[in-house]
Ligand binder design. Structure first.
Ligand code: B12
Length: 299
């Protein structure tokens, strides 16, 4: 995919500063500016977003950066960000959901907070609607699709610098839920893992096969729907044993994980939410000596 670039003028206008300020920041090494073959300055999209997020500058014209142009503060400042998201999802307003999530991200909010405190509660609320009326089903399906699109968009905008090694994962066999495992992979990417999401309903043997090939630091499994718990428990035990031999940690979570009743195993770590996933991943990396191989950048 072609990289998206902004001119210094576009970025300057978007954040309400002059081109000379941008140039000064670039000279100080705060903003990484590239040059085209013709010698023109350009700022890559990821770099622009990183700079906005880390420097705390305010985006005054988000539309120039393709982020939607709504002034959210003025419109609904009494609502929590989770409520705003809920209403935007309920009305099927994809542009607004996208802009809400990306603005939270640019404001420096950790991804795990956006996921656990906004998207998860908003979807849980949406999930209650189908009990009352048939349109609730439509709203739920539409909201789910919007979340997936926005998550993909967000993931695309994360810095592609993977210094922590690889991670792969999926939802367990029989589990059709796509959002939780997509969230895990996005969060791990945000943490600097080259994370590959293998999607819903993955046979355990397929995860093991891939893990043997790429020897990830982390293999994750999400459990939102449980079928044949006794068979799955045996398969996961065997998976954990094989992963342990190659020093891959199995990290598990999901709304139905407690029903699996897994045995205690130091190589199987269970997280309640994305915040715990992130804490687990940070703990693992801190305890693993980084070889030059696993430190490399992946794309
Ligand atoms: C979207 C959705 C669907 C979609 C799924 C589309 C898809 N392809 O994914 C569709 C429409 C297909 C669907 C179908 C059904 N659904 Co549904 N669905 C939902 C809904 C609204 C959102 C699920 C979601 O994606 N949430 C967002 C994720 C990110 O949140 P989460 O799963 O809680 O994950 C968090 C943690 O668990 C954790 N986590 C998750 N994975 C991992 C992994 C790791 C490693 C770690 C550390 C942490 C972690 O972090 C996440 C963020 O905080 C929920 C409502 C709800 N309360 O969740 C109902 C819900 C789960 N569905 C429900 C039901 C009843 C059904 C159906 C039976 C409805 C029907 N009559 O047909 C079917 C059954 C499908 C099946 N075979 O299982 C019920 C389940 C009740 C129960 N537990 O028994 C719920 C709770 C709705 C409700 N309140 O009634 N559903």
């Amino acid at each position: 995919m072609d990289k998206e670039f902004f001119t210094p003028r576009t970025l300057g206008d978007a954040i309400g500063v002059s081109q000379s300020s941008l140039k000064r920041w670039a000279d100080k090494g705060l903003l990484n500016v590239e040059k085209t073959a013709g010698g023109h300055r350009r700022i890559g999209m990821e770099e622009a977003l990183r700079f906005i997020r880390e420097s705390g500058v305010t985006v005054v014209k988000p539309d120039l950066l393709g982020l939607g142009s709504e002034d959210l503060e003025v419109q609904e400042d009494e609502l929590s960000s989770a409520d705003r998201l809920y209403y935007a999802l309920h009305s099927g307003d994809e542009t607004r959901v996208r802009s809400l999530v990306l603005n939270q991200y640019l404001d420096g909010r950790p991804l795990y907070e956006i996921f656990d405190e906004d998207i998860q509660p908003a979807m849980a609320r949406i999930g209650l609607l189908w009990h009352d009326e048939v349109s609730g089903i439509t709203i739920e399906h539409r909201a789910h699709d919007i979340c997936l699109q926005v998550l993909a968009d967000l993931r695309f905008r994360l810095p592609r610098v993977f210094t922590k090694g690889t991670a792969i994962g999926a939802a367990v066999p029989g589990d059709p839920y796509t959002l939780p495992t997509a969230m895990v992979s996005t969060a791990l990417r945000g943490e600097g893992f080259s994370a590959v999401n293998l999607g819903p309903n993955l046979p355990i043997e397929a995860l093991l096969d891939e893990a043997k090939k790429i020897k990830p630091v982390i293999a994750w499994l999400s459990v939102s729907h449980l079928r044949k718990a006794h068979i799955l428990r045996t398969e996961i035990k065997e998976l954990a044993r094989e992963l342990r031999e190659q020093n891959t940690f199995l990290v598990m979570g999901g709304s139905q994980i407690h029903k699996l009743r897994l045995d205690r195993d130091p190589y199987v770590l269970i997280g309640k939410n994305i915040h715990e996933l992130v804490s687990i991943s940070r703990g693992l990396v801190a305890n693993i000596p980084q070889s030059s191989e696993s430190k490399g950048e992946f794309s």
